[in-house]
Design a protein. Structure first.
Length: 485
RNA sequence: GGCCCCGUCGUCUAGCGGCCUAGGACUCUGGCUUCUCAAGUCAGCUACGAGGGUUCGAAUCCCUUCGGGGCUACCA
């Protein structure tokens, strides 16, 4: 009775995969892993005008980057392939022909203009819009008349009287009256399949047991089920449906650049960890049930069930994603942190990647680890250690040029010059005894001046550690340079 | 317009008839800590959309209403 679970993620890559897509993919994947089932990845590229190879490759790349590995699909193959719908055209053509033959479907010769006119009239008359069944029972004379006009027919599914019911794992019993599910098109006039045909055929042929997908597809479910019927599939072999709630932007609108940014590629460039993205996304519409929120991919697999997914939409909150990312970054070992960070430093041209640079970066990472929320912040934070033409930020300049600051810098220079052992402990001891104890200055004021002189900014990693990393020579020359301003 | 889905703090959520004067997290505000910024820590603000039922008892069940969203393609 308990079939092995097979969940599929089947995006139509008409652009970069976005937050909503990935949340769906994540749930698909987690459910497959949770049940010990298989995760199938299929590309729905029946809309040839909108899907491109570039997007398909980007989708594959994004999934891999996130660690959502699939058992069947592009690159890995599988016994139910191919996994690109554009490579399965003859399969769909076969079923379309069969449906016609069985009279489950029929050719419809209405032109787009005629259909639009009908919809227009329906709207005006305040009736449920939809195909009016015009070509349902065409005589052979009528058909040849259309053909002689040069019209090619689309394949349209015949929706029988009655209704469709099914159980949605998230929403419970669903019932749709066919009065509101008009006959729909399965294949274009040129024979190419539409989503309505391809999804249903593939889910059955690929033996998918669970369809977890966006809520927007809820009302098209009766159409999928109609295709299963026409295919002669037994009810117990229909996949189970679970319609996931939407992920929306900060306002109630769709996610956009203004309220969160949609493309996963963007988050990758900003320096978010795949695990943080997955962790955060998992919390959108699902929760472990207890108070824990920081979950690893492993824990997610152990805990995730569709039944615990809620039915209401969630708003995307960048702040919380950042908080989670910061937590995950702090939990990284220095070597891991280094591995993630290096590409950002190189891309920002802070370093070129020499062994000496990497060594210095590695020594500097501990003092910035708890100060960043994403890797893209690292270059700005460590830049002062590498710049050849050191300059003090314009905003901070005034604070090192007044006489009080000059006094601090002069004294610092004098105390630091004789230091043989250049460590943050010795630097701190020297400056504390002279600036704070002798001169009686407030630490904030005294160290502030030194900070600006050596790091170029009022905001920096801890001062003494920064100076240690910078080295004695550079530290002293920067202080001297500041004195000369 | 029609059909469908959804409705707990600003946000994500816990809650599945009494454990709730509603818990956690993020945000925000204030304090502590402190060489800046962070991190850490303590405290605080703030929610069951509304109205009717059912019940000894409702955030939890039912109805209505209002609000939000989706679908209504030869897109998916």
């Amino acid at each position: 009775m308990s079939k092995k679970v097979k969940v599929r993620f089947a995006p139509s890559p008409t652009g970069d995969l976005h937050v909503g897509n990935i949340r769906t993919a994540l749930f698909d994947w987690a459910y497959a892993r949770h049940t010990g089932g298989t995760f199938l990845f299929r590309i729905e590229d029946t809309d040839t005008t909108r899907v491109t190879d570039e997007y398909i490759n980007a989708a594959i790349d994004t999934l891999k980057w996130l660690g959502l590995d699939w058992d069947e699909g592009p690159e890995v193959g599988g016994e139910n392939g191919p996994y690109l719908q554009s490579k399965r055209l003859e399969i769909y053509a076969h079923w379309a022909a069969k449906f016609i033959e069985q009279k489950d479907a029929y050719f419809c010769y209405c032109s787009p203009e005629e259909l639009e006119a009908v919809r227009e009239a329906q709207r005006a008359a305040n009736v449920a819009p939809g195909y009016n069944g015009h070509c349902r029972e065409l005589s052979s004379d009528q058909v040849s008349a259309f053909k002689s006009e040069g019209r090619a027919g689309v394949v349209r599914m015949r929706m029988p009287e009655g209704g469709t019911t099914f159980t949605d794992l998230i929403r419970g019993e669903m019932a749709f009256d066919h009065k509101f599910v008009p006959d729909f098109v399965l294949a274009r006039a040129d024979g190419s399949p539409l989503y309505t045909l391809a999804v249903a055929v593939d889910d059955i042929l690929m033996k998918v047991t669970h369809v977890l997908r966006g809520e927007d597809l809820l009302s098209s479910t009766p159409r999928q089920i109609r295709v299963y019927q026409a295919m002669g599939v037994a009810i117990e072999d229909y996949p189970v449906f679970a319609h996931l709630p939407f992920v929306m932007g900060a306002d109630n609108a769709k996610l956009s650049k203004r309220n969160g940014e949609v493309s996963i590629a963007w988050y990758r460039e900003k320096g978010f960890l795949p695990e943080a993205i997955c962790n955060y996304l998992a919390l959108l519409g699902w929760s472990p049930g207890d108070d824990r929120e920081n979950v690893t991919m492993k824990e997610l697999c152990e805990l995730f069930t569709v039944e615990k997914v809620n039915s209401s939409p969630a708003r995307f909150d960048m702040k919380k994603l950042e908080a989670i990312n910061g937590d995950k970054i702090r939990a990284l070992t220095i070597d891991e942190f280094l591995k993630w960070t290096l590409p950002f430093l190189i891309k920002a041209k802070v370093i070129t990647g020499t062994a000496e640079e990497i060594d210095l970066v590695k020594r500097a990472l501990p003092i910035i680890q708890e100060r960043i929320v994403m890797f893209s912040e690292v270059p700005a934070m460590l830049k002062f250690l590498f710049v050849k033409d050191f300059v003090i930020e314009a905003d901070s300049l005034a604070k090192v040029t007044d006489s009080a600051a000059k006094d601090v810098l002069k004294r610092s220079l004098k105390e630091l010059e004789p230091l043989v052992d250049w460590t943050h402990e010795t630097i701190e001891a020297a400056l504390r005894s002279s600036l704070i104890e002798d001169m009686g200055l407030k630490p904030r004021i005294a160290f502030g001046a030194v900070r600006i002189a050596t790091t170029g900014s009022t905001i920096s990693p801890p001062l003494f550690e920064s100076m240690e990393l910078l080295g004695k020579e550079a530290s002293l020359s920067r202080i001297s340079a500041a004195l000369a301003l």
